[in-house]
Design a protein around this ligand. Structure first.
Ligand code: GAR
Length: 211
């Protein structure tokens, strides 16, 4: 709680990688452009950059073992993730490069309160290395998408999208970098709108309304 009596909106971030999307959101929280606080960071990769980036910012950060599967969490592991997020009293779960799909127990516990960022204009190029899929397909425009998470892969209601051009001499690396720069602008904007209560799910669509 703070002096106005309004509780700070609390975010839990899950990531498997270097953590640049987490940094964009955490720094926007500190700068005040996102009215929220990152309460905890969880990773399935012990040496993931996201854990160091969090600890540098004095944000609690934990490696939680994922269990024996490659693309999802084992049941007991999923329960541990849920417990850690509950203990941190999070209002929103933000997936920032978390490379595992979440199952029923998790989705049910945080129904309508899980968001993800994907490095393409969904529904094009779901799944892995979306920027490579875009290059291989030869599209001239790609981008990134922030969406609510449902039981499918990269399939939930779309909150926001930002376009990025594909240039003639792009490599996978240069295109991914350009998409990530767009992600760092788009993700904090979408999280800010959710924290302000300006975003609502209407079936497959998400509506934005300012108060
Ligand atoms: C981001 O580009 C994000 O879009 C992607 O992982 C990267 C994480 O980078 N996510 C997915 O591909 C999800 N299917 P980061 O660790 O620097 O934030």
């Amino acid at each position: 709680t703070c002096v106005t009596g309004k509780r700070t909106f609390r975010i839990g971030v899950l990531g498997s990688g270097k953590g640049s999307d987490f940094v964009a959101i955490a720094d926007a929280c500190v700068a005040g452009s996102v009215p929220a606080q990152v309460a905890v960071v969880l990773s399935d990769v012990p040496e993931a950059g996201i854990l160091s980036r969090a600890r540098e910012r004095n944000i609690p950060a934990h490696f939680l073992p994922p269990g024996k599967f490659r693309t999802k969490l084992e049941e007991e592991a999923e329960r541990n993730y849920i417990e850690a997020l509950r203990a941190a009293k999070v209002d929103l779960v933000v997936l920032a490069g978390f490379m595992r799909v979440l199952k029923d127990a998790f989705l049910g516990t945080f129904a309508g309160r899980i968001v993800n960022i994907h490095p393409s204009l969904l529904p094009s190029f779901p799944g892995l290395a979306a920027w490579e899929q875009a290059l291989a397909h030869g599209v001239r425009v790609t981008g990134c998408t922030v969406h609510f998470v449902d039981a499918g892969v990269d399939s939930g209601p779309i909150i926001g999208q930002q376009t990025v051009p594909v240039l003639d001499d792009d490599t996978a690396e240069t295109l991914h970098q350009r998409i990530q720069a767009a992600e760092h602008a788009l993700y904090p904007k979408c999280v800010a709108a959710i924290a302000r209560g300006e975003v609502a799910i209407r079936g497959r669509r998400v509506v934005w309304r300012a108060f």
